[in-house]
Design a protein around this ligand. Sequence first.
Ligand code: FAD
Length: 286
Amino acid sequence: MKISEIFKNKDKTFSFEFFPPRTDKGVNNLIDTVTALKENNPDFVSVTYGAMGTTRDTTLNIIDIIQNKLHLSAMSHLTCVGSTSDQIQIILKKLRSMNIENIMALRGDPPKGSSEFVYTPGGFKYGSDLIKMINTTGNFCIGAAGYPEGHIESDSLNNDLNFLKLKQDNGADFIVTQLFLDNSYYYKFREFAEAKGVKLRLIPGVMPVTNIEQINKFSELCGCTIPDGLKLRLEQVKNEPESIRKIGIEHAINQGKDLLKNGAPGLHFYTLNKSSATQEIFKALI
Ligand code: FAD
């Protein structure tokens, strides 16, 4: 089902995001994880799209299983990296033939080893260009990315919000935000986006912190601020993995409760392909 149809009956949605594993064993484990999380009745489930190569086929395979065997509303991520417009049209046709109706349309991160996005001649430079093209097919509900702290390459949040508005104007149906660990960034982002005329749902992306290296890496890669209080608490237990996990889950639960109380239109969970932490957070919230 199109996510825009789901919105007609629900003012809050709950969704899970996964990434394509590199091995067959990883794929089987992932299907088990999605099956375990299915008991929470997510409104939709999404699978990210890799920078290059075989993981892209894996994304399509997993999306097919989620949509057609597990019977969940699936959303495939799709990026501009390394593809011409014609190549993207072929992927869209394939997705349509699998009954996929939802696409998260993105510019994409550069492949491993490259530091910046390189435009493919005959392709697209920005997420909003891809959105425009997908919108012309008329077949898909389109999600797009939003950045409560501003995109890492952007010179100002204000400019970034102009491009967010462009995503809406070009046909995006909703926004999912990048991870943030301090809700005040989301509230300011929502206020500024509304002031620019953005009317789309801004669904917060939530991730349970379960390991210090991982959160430091995310913070470095996407510029997400780790609040001082959280950093201190994690540092104090840095050699105790169970305590780190407990603090991370507690933080995500508190974030989620506060967001839902303050009008967020649901939550999108970055599951990191693990069911247990997401399960614990989900059960504490819903
Ligand atoms: P854009 O909107 O194109 O923005 C990229 C940069 O260009 C920004 O700095 C923006 O301010 C600037 N910009 C935008 N439009 C213009 C314009 N017209 N003129 C000048 N400057 C402009 N990455 C993956 O590789 N695969 C995934 O599956 C994936 N899933 C994601 C899911 C979510 C919910 C989020 C939040 C991110 C995801 N990403 C994924 C990461 C994303 O691809 C990167 O953050 C990427 O760097 C930006 O993608 P975008 O579509 O938001 O880019």
